[in-house]
Design a protein around this ligand. Structure first.
Ligand SMILES: Cc1cc2nc3c(=O)[nH]c(=O)nc-3n(C[C@H](O)[C@H](O)[C@H](O)COP(=O)(O)OP(=O)(O)OC[C@H]3O[C@@H](n4cnc5c(N)ncnc54)[C@H](O)[C@@H]3O)c2cc1C
Length: 438
């Protein structure tokens, strides 16, 4: 009999650890055939995307090739972009894949499954704001983050080469949305501007020369977190000379800046949209009738399979999973949730293979950590880790923040290789420029 086919679509914060662990436990022993599909060739941990955008992280040291990971851990990898599925035939539809020159690499394909796991993450929700799609960059993928960085460095070089064009600010960046992504990006950008000045871009030698604006419709920054976070983050952002505009709804994004609902225009060379997420648009028509919530996320049961199909599982940002006993209806879209769901699915998929009943999953909220630039983080640990609620800030919180990434690395490489990777990354950091200069 052919082994059970488990197909995982999306090798991100949840999908890649899942494929790796299933590959090690089932794939290598021939107990199941594990396939991971991703539209990219390499994995990058999304919570660090703002550091790629700011240029403060070396991508070559942190990206992981899916092909190498699959070879090492007993699963198969396929490059391709999912566009929909046929639940009757149990196949996933993949769009044709083309290279940068538009030449075909793979044709349109159908990949059959016995168990399917959707782990495709989320896309930015611009709430239909005019101009957002055309003129703002959304930090959804590595390509977006690298594009932003290139435009930032180009804008700096342009400002330096055109001294006559200098105004009170040589360069303005507007970040829309003061959730964790927006706040972390604003803080990181300030450090980048200091580093760029150190490497000779004199136009950035005073902090006033890079204007960073953070625009938020709610009354405070980090509106989804307890008030203490907002106060600490606001104080730090002010110290970093980030201009914070709360109670400010964006009416329109223009080629030359952002117009607020009260009529004010904030001129900007670069605009980043970091407000809100939703499930991918093809979920609406492409999931063969599976039920979604209002944010286009797939409705799943605590056992992590779709409400209307026991053969289709989902995890992470693309799934709406009930938060059993939690303060909100749904589990929040966080890397720690995707990670925990991946761990649980390793158990539940094994049980499915053995014909056993699936176990419900319960989210364990270990708290939140928000990075405010180098060595500066605020956070609150919850539950058994924090002995209730433990407030953290400064270096200790920063170390815990870095620890989240280390635990992801451990799930992918095991403890020894993760330690070697960490050492190699530390040495490279010491040996190379602090930021990407191109
Ligand atoms: C700047 C930033 C900072 C963040 N900081 C934190 C933090 O500090 N802590 C925290 O807990 N969370 C943080 N998050 C949120 C966290 O990154 C997400 O919750 C987490 O990555 C979700 O994991 P996932 O596996 O669902 O999706 P992702 O990690 O987004 O992975 C999705 C994968 O699916 C692939 N894919 C997408 N569509 C398709 C398709 N159609 N076909 C094939 N493949 C596809 C993508 O290429 C990607 O590899 C942050 C997010 C951002 C953007």
């Amino acid at each position: 009999m052919d082994p059970h086919r488990i197909v995982i679509v999306g090798g991100g914060a949840g999908g890649l650890p899942l494929a790796t662990q299933l590959g090690r436990s089932l794939g290598r022993r021939g107990l199941a055939h594990i396939t991971l599909i991703d539209r990219q060739r390499r994995h990058f941990w999304k919570p660090h995307l703002h550091e790629i955008a700011a240029g403060s992280m070396d991508l070559d040291r942190h990206a992981i090739s899916y092909m190498a990971q699959a070879h090492r851990h007993g699963f198969h990898d396929r490059i391709g972009e999912m566009t929909g599925l046929d639940r009757q035939q149990r196949v996933v539809h993949l769009a044709p894949h083309r290279d940068e020159q538009g030449r075909p690499v793979t044709p349109q394909r159908e990949i059959p499954y016995d168990s399917l796991v959707l782990a495709v993450g989320s896309v930015t929700h611009d709430f239909g704001t005019p101009g957002a799609r055309e003129h703002a960059i959304a930090l959804e993928s590595l390509d977006d983050a690298e594009r932003f960085h290139r435009r930032l460095v180009n804008a700096c070089i342009r400002a330096q080469a055109n001294p006559d064009a200098r105004g009170a600010h040589h360069l303005q960046v507007v970040i829309i949305g003061a959730g964790a992504t927006g706040v972390e990006l604003a803080a990181e950008l300030r450090h980048t501007s200091r580093d760029l000045a150190r490497y000779g871009l004199e136009c950035l030698d005073h902090e006033q020369t890079l204007g960073i604006h953070l625009v938020e419709a709610a009354a405070r920054v980090l509106p989804g977190l307890p008030e203490r976070f907002s106060a600490a983050a606001l104080a730090r952002l002010r110290a970093l000379r980030v201009e914070v505009h709360t109670h400010s709804r964006v009416a329109e994004v223009l080629p030359q800046g952002v117009r607020l609902a009260d009529g004010r225009l904030i001129p900007a060379e670069l605009v980043v949209w970091a407000a809100g997420i939703k499930g991918p648009d093809y979920f609406v028509q492409g999931l063969d009738g599976l039920s979604l919530n209002r944010q286009q996320q797939l409705l799943i049961k605590p056992e992590l399979h779709a409400l209307d199909d026991p053969h289709v599982f989902a995890l992470g940002d693309c799934a709406a999973c009930p938060w059993l006993g939690g303060p909100m209806e749904w589990v929040p879209p966080r890397a720690q949730a995707a990670h925990q769901q991946a761990q649980h699915l390793v158990v539940n998929l094994r049980r499915r293979l053995q014909g056993q009943a699936l176990l419900p999953w319960r989210y364990r909220d270990f708290g939140s950590l928000v990075s405010l630039g180098r060595s500066s983080t605020v956070g609150q640990l919850m539950g058994s880790l924090g002995g209730g609620k433990l407030w953290l800030s400064g270096g200790l919180a920063w170390l815990m923040y870095r620890g989240l990434y280390q635990s992801h690395q451990m799930a992918l490489h095991g403890p020894w290789r993760a330690a070697i990777e960490w050492l190699a990354q530390a040495l490279t950091r010491w040996n190379r420029p602090r930021i990407k200069l191109h």
